[in-house]
Design a protein. Sequence first.
Length: 637
Amino acid sequence: MSAGPAVRRIVLYKQGIAHIERRGSVQGGFDLLVDRAELGEVLRSLTVWVERGGGHMTALAFDAPEDPDAALAGRKLRFEPGATLRGMLHATRGRRVRIESSEGSAEGELLGFEESTSPQGARRWLLLRTGLGQIAVFDLAAIRTLDFVDAAVRGSLDMLVDRSRASARGDGRSVHVVLDGAADDVRVLYVVPSTPFVISYRLACGPSDARFFAFALIHNPLEEDLERVEFVLSSKAPTQVGSAQGPAGTRANELVKHERTRRRASGQPNTVRAPVPQPTVNVITPGKTLPPKTSERTSESNESNASSIDLETSSTTQPEATEWRASDPVSLRRRSAAMVPVFTTTVSIRKERVFRDAAGVHPDLLVCFDNLTSSVLEEGRCAVYDLGRYLGEATLPQTAPGASAKLSFAKDQSVRRSRTSHKTSFVASLDFKPEGVDEQESFEERHFVTIRSDHQVDIDVVVDIARVEGRTIVAEGHTPIAETAASQSFRLQVPALGEATLSVCESWKQARRVPYDGLELTQVEGWRRSGLLDEEQHETLIGMLRAWEDARSADTQWARLEREMLDLFSRQSKITDQLGVLHEGGPEGMLRMRFVSELDSAQHRILAIDEEMQKLRARASTHRQSAQQALTSLSRP
């Protein structure tokens, strides 16, 4: 078995998986060492074919994903350290064995192992039945070889060696690629989980331009050292295996969780399990050399005189907008990490001072430049240097090719802002509706933003004014340099050691409905003084208000009389109860006559109140009809 093809290219995805590409010449076959937890993912994605050469692939095999120590214990082949020989002899009692020792050779059934002590030290003996009623005793120190004749014991010995090797590897597992013959160029593709890469930036500013650096923190996802491997970083989500629904989730654990859930739902196991402990590998993909899939591959395979080590590289292909490529091949020790440069370029910069919030006293210092690369700048931290001085660290937002990037890293303490506001409002129009008066009120709020500078030279300052939906912003003598749904930006020129003022008028309208029964005389008089009512409308409103006031007054009197009537009814009831127990003669008779007189007076008062209440109800109804007629005349188009 030859060494496996070398790793030539690794594509790290932002979602936490790594695409591995291996290429090279192979004789007979090779092993891929992967982590136990990664075995299922590797087997689902592993692809092997012979690009050039006479050999062809016959199988992909893999270590059983069982616990090797548990497998040995199940076959009674797990021995404590230092007791392997004793345990093996104990486990094979009764089996036929052939021994070679300095005392000669013998063959028989193994009876066991025995230890004795003597003044010369401990001696160990092997007991062997060599014939009927015959037991041979051999000094274990003199035995050179033990040859187990029994095929079952040989299989157990093979399992002991294989599972012990797997146990010594810990969580490592082997995927064995079986090749028939020699292959000049073998291609191996598969994916493994990996740590997501992290992009960070450096910006070294000069007077008018800057050196812009991008670095990537990458991790070696393999259990082997990498030598001069091309790294490609991709933020594009790969299409999930077995899914036609589009890209996978944005995180590796979500992708793996979704895939495992899908397999459970379809009845597939979480891991590929070996059917029996022996043999220790299971053939899963028999087959021969894969046919070429593209014309390019076919033409390459026809170049019989091409050198087997002259392999084309993918560095000649242009990366996608979502892909970055490390500047040079990278060497990494197993499971280690490195910070590698992705690109270095010179960009033209412009420095801006921007007031981006209404409460800030000092403006943000921004460095602006255009993304002239062909790739999307991923969001990441950026260290900023200006004329050799470290200024701080800022977050570079995701920036598309050709778009402008802005970095805010400090405050300009030499520039200050003060702001005052004055708000006014007035009623612009009235609209009489059957339900009430629609009052259209106009508001104006004037903002005076004063910028003071302590710089010795003239400077430009950008002021962002927040926008509110439905409001109009107008700056006197200035036009906005940028507009978004949330703000408008204005540029001011501030003289050296001087100040400049931006006057902004923010206007909007607001409508509210005033119910007619909620109108007040002072409000109507205010509308008349503002010229919103003509004389006819004013007289009609005044008449309507007076009619409603008279109706409310009649209702108040009616309610007072109603309470008085209820009191009289209550008194009548009490008097009637007293009359039921008083006698007609004597003192009770005199009291009875007084109660009868009071009862008669209350009845006359009740009749008078009832008549007055009917008049008040009619009067209130008349006033309301008058108000309704006035309302109808107002709301008539």
